[in-house]
Write a protein that binds this ligand. Structure first.
Ligand code: ADP
Length: 261
């Protein structure tokens, strides 16, 4: 058995996982994609977080549609180096939600993993649903022959998020998915007035967990209102430009991406 045909033009596959929803998995996927493009790589993003596909909104592509060719789904283009497929592109309206039973969700995920005609890519980033569900097993099964590079695990510093992350780590170990490292998101709050960082939750939970479990700690990203503002105010491909010059990339994410590569 070999890798799905759709992945034959893809050099590395990286999954982005989190134990809980709302911890910033899609934001980290977005920032990883932008950072890789800024480093000169060709990147694809596959959003199979059926609990709330937010990738179209993050890239300002809410009105984009994808269509099926004879060779499978054709990704939407953010620019020449960044291709995107999201279940969100198939939903009728941006407020529509996916109310499917498990088998239908799993079938859709399998289709997205097998039936997309990706262009030549250095990296395909997969934004997965939170937790460890049947959908994750389907993802692991479909990818086992595609030699995935591994996964990035996203957590917030609080204990409640950390304990869910431990389940995620157990899952990765069970399905032999290499953990490239752990990112602690929403780690402190950057004041928009004085740019000082305050720890509003407990701090360093991700860092301590990584050291306990001998995982690579990729770094921390603060809660930064600038990120939300960049997403909300973007026009055309302006997100990439504003991100390149932002403190979020320069001070927080650049070291993280260097740790992944
Ligand atoms: P998930 O994919 O884990 O459900 P999202 O990436 O959609 O989480 O993030 C949830 C919300 O939090 C989004 O509105 C996102 O813009 C915001 N967010 C995530 N990380 C940060 C951050 N570091 N700073 C500011 N806002 C953030």
């Amino acid at each position: 058995m070999s890798a799905p045909d759709s992945l034959k033009n893809v050099k590395h596959v990286i999954l982005i996982l989190s134990g809980k929803g709302g911890v910033g998995k899609s934001s980290i996927t977005t920032q990883t994609a932008l950072s890789l493009v800024l480093k000169g790589y060709k990147v694809g993003v596959l959003d199979i977080d059926l609990t709330g596909p937010s990738i179209p909104r993050m890239f300002g592509l809410e009105d984009a549609k994808i269509h099926q060719s004879t060779n499978g789904w054709v990704p939407a283009r953010y620019n020449k180096d960044l291709s995107i497929v999201s279940l969100g592109f198939l939903l009728g309206s941006k407020d529509a939600s996916v109310v499917w039973r498990g088998p239908k969700k799993t079938a859709m995920i399998r289709q997205f993993l097998k039936d997309v005609t990706w262009p030549d890519l250095d990296y395909l980033l997969i934004d997965t649903p939170p937790g460890t569900s049947d959908e994750h097993i389907a993802i692991a099964e479909e990818l086992q022959f595609a030699n995935p590079e591994g996964c990035i695990i996203v957590t917030t510093p609080q204990q409640i998020s950390i304990s869910d992350v431990k389940k995620e780590i157990n899952f990765c170990n069970k399905v032999n998915l290499r953990i490239l490292g752990l990112v602690e998101n929403m780690s402190g709050f950057i004041c928009p007035h004085c740019a000082e960082c305050t720890n509003i939750f407990s701090s360093e939970g991700g860092k301590n967990l990584a050291s306990q479990l001998s995982l690579k700690y990729l770094g921390a990203i603060p809660i930064d209102p600038l990120f939300v503002e960049m997403i909300e105010t973007q026009k055309d491909s302006s997100l990439l430009d504003s991100y390149e010059n932002s403190r979020l990339y320069l001070e927080s994410f650049k070291p993280i991406i260097d740790g992944v590569l």
